[in-house]
Design a protein around this ligand. Structure first.
Ligand code: G16
Length: 540
């Protein structure tokens, strides 16, 4: 069918001209950068989402406007595929091409995509759009909507939502509501109902106290947590801080706590061992932490969350008497001690994949029950259709299976969901009668450090072996190996970030002092061999 794409160029030229001359790449979780350059990117992603929906016979495609853990001036966009996964890899390339062509080339480029993929432009197209609470998000949301409208697609706006809520709505609609109702109320109801059923009325057990402090990172997670609490009638005693009075992610939130290894500011904690929960700017990541009676800060990160959940689920599956295999998926950032614990104590298969939940999610789908978490707290659990069917049947006669069915409903399986993950962790700690110290005592983390190095072009660093080995620039991996060999239990790797313009350096070793020395030695090597900008990183 002949397609008239004139409106596409007119919108682009008049309202969303491309201002950024530098190439931009679909990264770890979509496009991200300074918000002032993103209007044209958003407009074009509206166009792309509309095309993708038509390509998939009108299935709903989601678009989330957020820069997640990045600082306030940044924004970004994450595209959501029909089953709630991140956009498929082959379309990431199309997305990159589409945002980088000039305004004049736009019409021809879109015509080329339509032809190459055989898209029937006359078909229905449905796009769901939501945004975080950054001040530039509404303007960017409008650009996405105009992109969809320029191709005469249908667009539905959800306003301010967390990223996992958008994933939930997309799947709920595409499964004809089998996953839940594609509304804010539908989302709260599904999670809260399951959570409250499992906990019952006895809210304190053993060392478990029904009291948490929630750090909302001044992002959308704080607002939505308050909405949860309104509907929970005290089943979770939770005080919410960093509700939006400060800058998003500034000295607070999951990324700050994980990277800086210290508590968020803005939390008035007076009692030692208070269970604190930090989420990131769009509430798809979560970490726990506490400060003990000696003033010692303790982090319970994504590795701890994965091991806690896997241990609990294996126990429950055993009680159900079901033959289901469970596996854990991690990335190179996983603490070596957590991997040892999984292999030696939990005796569960563990896989390592490159950074990005898109990679973890797909690997986790190879198991009946796949538990995946990045060390930064981004992750969830996926159950195969076969596993769900077996659990459902067994639940008719087995109480543990009935509990497991409810556990599945607490989990937002589509992607990492900080609040859903937190409800699951609270469920587990409550069921075990554990507090944070019991949880921490399962194993001892190796001291570790994460650094950022500024370089001219971070893409000069390429990696292989799930990012654990550098391929380029020449000599970097050899130099890194020599440095690491000098440290007891030393391990380090470097990789270009896919969300910030930096190279990330990770190091762990037997002592804190050694982990720091190792990280700074490797960072200095990166600076030297990969075109470092500014001062050579040195120990403070
Ligand atoms: C995103 C991804 C995560 C990834 C993180 C950092 O998280 O979804 O999987 O770990 O970026 O990625 P990188 O090291 O490449 O910058 P978020 O929460 O920022 O969307």
């Amino acid at each position: 069918m002949a397609v008239n794409l004139r409106a596409l160029y007119a919108f682009a030229r008049e309202m969303y001209p491309k201002k950024n001359p530098n190439p931009i790449q679909y990264g770890t979780a979509g496009f991200r950068g300074d918000a002032k350059y993103l209007d044209s990117v958003m407009y074009r992603m509206g166009v792309l989402a509309c095309l993708r929906s038509r390509f998939l016979d009108g299935k709903v495609i989601g678009v989330m406007i957020t820069a997640s853990h990045n600082p306030e001036p940044d924004n970004g966009v994450k595209l959501i595929d029909p089953q709630g996964e991140m956009l498929v890899g082959s379309w990431e390339e199309i997305a990159t091409k589409l945002v980088n062509v000039s305004d004049k080339e736009l019409e021809a480029t879109v015509a080329g995509i339509i032809e190459d993929l055989g898209i029937d432009i006359g078909k229905k197209s449905n796009v769901y759009v939501g945004m975080d609470n950054r001040y530039h998000s509404p303007q960017l949301l409008k650009a996405v909507c105009d992109g969809v409208l320029s191709l005469k697609g249908n667009v539905k706006e959800f306003g301010i939502v967390t990223t996992p809520m958008m994933h939930f709505y997309v799947v709920a609609q595409n499964t004809s509501k089998a996953y839940g109702l594609p509304t804010e109320e539908g989302y709260y109801t599904k999670l809260i109902t399951a959570f409250e059923k499992i906990r019952g009325t006895k809210l304190e057990k053993g060392n478990y106290k029904n009291k948490i402090v929630f750090d909302g990172a001044n992002g959308v997670g704080a607002r939505k947590m308050l909405q949860f609490l309104k509907r929970m009638n005290g089943s979770l005693n939770c005080e919410v801080f960093n509700k939006g009075e400060g800058k998003i992610n500034h000295e607070c939130g999951a990324d700050f706590v994980k990277v800086q290894q210290k508590p968020s500011s803005g939390l008035p904690i007076t009692e030692p061992n208070t269970r604190c929960v930090s989420v990131d700017g769009d509430a798809d990541r979560v970490v726990y932490f506490f400060t003990d009676e000696n003033g010692q800060f303790n982090l319970l990160d994504g590795d701890r969350i994965a091991t806690l959940i896997a241990d609990y689920l294996m126990d429950l599956v055993r009680k159900c008497g079901l033959d289901l295999n469970l596996g854990i998926v991690q990335t190179a950032y996983a603490n070596g001690a957590s991997t040892d614990y999984i292999v030696q104590k939990l005796k569960v298969p563990v896989a390592c994949v490159p950074t990005g939940v898109k990679h973890l999610h797909h690997k986790a789908q190879e198991y009946d029950i796949g538990v995946y978490f990045e060390a930064n707290g981004h992750g969830t659990i996926v159950f195969s259709a076969k596993a769900k069917e077996m659990i459902r049947k067994s639940a008719e006669t087995n109480e543990s299976s009935a509990t497991l069915l409810n556990v599945i409903d607490v989990i937002n399986e589509t992607v990492g969901d900080a609040i859903s993950d937190m409800l699951l962790i609270e469920t587990i700690l409550h069921s075990k009668g554990w507090d944070v110290k019991d949880w921490l005592n399962t194993y001892v983390d190796l001291p570790n450090l994460l650094l950022k190095v500024k370089v001219q072009d971070r893409n000069c660093i390429t990696t292989t072996n799930a990012e654990r080995t550098c391929v380029t620039p020449n000599g970097l991996q050899e130099g890194l190996d020599k440095i690491v060999a000098n440290y007891q239990r030393g391990r380090s790797f470097v990789r270009p970030s896919g969300t910030e313009d930096v190279v990330r350096v990770y190091a762990e070793a037997a002592s804190r002092e050694d982990a720091e020395l190792l990280a700074y030695e490797v960072a200095a090597l990166v600076h030297k061999l990969a075109g470092g900008v500014g001062e050579v990183p040195t120990l403070p």
